[in-house]
Design a protein around this ligand. Structure first.
Ligand code: FAD
Length: 432
């Protein structure tokens, strides 16, 4: 009698890694095959198979399973459930000094949609130092389970500690899908995790979906300079990993009081094993100008030819409480710093109002601002792409139009006497 393998096997290799007898391997067609002379019907492979392709013969006697040793694990503080977890869509929680990055909430919203299609639940990985209190807001945002490793070694993000912890949890609970923000931290971590797990990673996705027949992730992203959308599949390895930029997905409205399951875990990563020490954190000036979170952005392009023109944009931004961004054209002409660039190779933004001033609307720019609620384009060319996609298009020379807008908004805002960003957005929208 040996374990039986049916045709749903995807060749992910989870059973091969798990088999204590070395009885399983991947055959020439990429699917799992069993060596009957070694298989003891212990059932370990059955419990880790993500697609229920393995089963025991009807009269097999299940042996006590040997305890699994992954990395240098000390005993778990609390393990609330068995290793066969019912939450197959996972999100890594990016937090800095206990503040959760908005992209995490956006990804939990998206994970909820994907999990519904797979008839499964959403798990999140929370690493940090004294961060257990963050579990409740994560449940309220849609997480069903929070896998928490709370330890001083996770006080500041360091690749070595974080990737070991994420890989430990993945090897123990076998999620099907793992999502991370395409942020500085997420990009660094996702690559390290995917490499260690030997799985695929689709970076900078703009759309995620599920192939309902194959039950696999469809990860789409712009390719070839943004000229086509490529949908990338990871059919043979698990988890299927994808990173998504901030402001691409939508967070759910918080469900106050919603509860979930907290799973406290532990991994022993001695401080001495990490070659990096963080001595001091220095915030650069741009930290105070957060384009990704701005409600109003006034962006200039190559049509704004000089510093005087960008000063006009800054004046408009000051009046409406916005921040100044720009196209790559503006960066290349030396008018703004590269850190303020919006687009495929810059930041992805999703403000309530996006002013595109002297920007033609190249696809590489559009992919970075297409999720803006209201787009106002100001351009001398009425036929350019940006004017076509804008909610409001103003044909004219920016140097003449912007001073008039500044006066008009200043007057409108003064009469309403408010500087609340939501109210300012409504007033600006009403003005058009
Ligand atoms: C791989 C790759 C990645 C890229 N990534 C990005 C990216 O992240 N972000 C990005 O922006 N671009 C990116 N680009 C570049 C992109 O293709 C365009 O070249 C760039 O967006 C053009 O910038 P622009 O619209 O400011 O300039 P232009 O295309 O030169 O447009 C200038 C506009 O200003 C208008 N104009 C001129 N004078 C005035 C005036 N006085 N008042 C009002 N309007 C005026 C013109 O009618 C024109 O529409 C990328 C390109 C590649 C190949």
């Amino acid at each position: 009698m040996t374990v039986m393998i049916n045709r749903s096997c995807i060749g992910c290799g989870a059973c091969v890694q798990t088999c204590p007898e070395g009885a399983l391997s991947l055959g020439p067609e990429g699917n799992a095959v069993v060596d009957p002379s070694k298989c003891t019907d212990c059932g370990k492979c059955v419990s880790v198979c993500p697609v229920a392709a393995m089963s025991l013969p009807p009269n097999a006697v299940q042996l006590e399973q040997p305890s699994e040793q992954v990395l240098e694990i000390s005993e778990p503080v609390v393990v609330v459930e068995t290793e066969q977890s019912g939450d197959k869509v996972w999100v890594f929680v990016e937090q800095t000094q206990t503040v959760i990055a908005p992209v995490t909430l956006e990804l939990i919203g998206e994970a909820t949609r994907l999990a519904k299609k797979l008839n499964t639940q959403v798990g999140v990985v929370l690493l940090g130092d004294q961060v257990e209190f963050l579990a409740q807001p994560l449940f309220e945002q849609g997480a069903d389970k929070v896998y928490l490793i709370d330890h001083g070694v996770f006080n500041q993000y360091r690749t070595e500690a974080y990737f070991q912890a994420v890989c430990y949890l993945v090897r123990k609970y076998f999620p099907e899908i793992l999502l991370m923000g395409a942020t500085t931290m997420g990009r660094d971590l996702a690559g390290a995790v995917a490499t260690d797990l030997g799985t695929g990673l689709t970076a900078d996705c703009t759309q995620l979906d599920i192939d309902l027949d194959k039950k696999i992730l469809l990860a789409s992203r712009p390719a070839f300079g943004g000229n086509i959308m490529a949908t990338i599949l990871c059919e043979r390895h698990r988890p299927q990993m994808a990173s998504v930029r901030p402001k691409v997905m939508k967070a759910l409205d918080p469900m106050v009081g919603r509860n979930g399951m907290l799973i406290r875990e532990f991994i022993d990563i001695p401080e001495s094993s990490i070659p990096k020490q963080i001595l001091r954190v220095v915030h650069d000036q741009l930290d105070q100008i957060n384009l990704a979170e701005a409600k109003i952005i006034v962006s200039g392009g190559r049509g704004i030819k000089d510093a005087a023109g960008f000063q006009l944009l800054q004046d408009l931004a000051d009046v409406v409480g916005g921040v100044v961004g720009g196209s790559r054209g503006a960066v290349e002409s030396g008018c703004i710093e590269a850190k303020r660039q919006v687009g495929q190779t810059g930041q992805t933004v999703g403000p309530t109002i996006y002013f595109a001033v002297g920007i033609s609307g190249a696809i590489q720019h559009i992919v970075g601002m297409m999720h803006s609620e209201t787009i106002v384009a100001i351009n001398t060319n009425p036929d350019c792409e940006m004017m076509k996609m804008a909610n409001y298009s103003m044909v004219g020379d920016a140097y003449a139009v912007i001073p008039k807008l500044i006066d008009a908004f200043r007057a409108a805002l003064a009469s309403r006497q408010t500087n609340d960003s939501g109210a300012v957005c409504s007033i600006v929208q009403e003005a058009f």
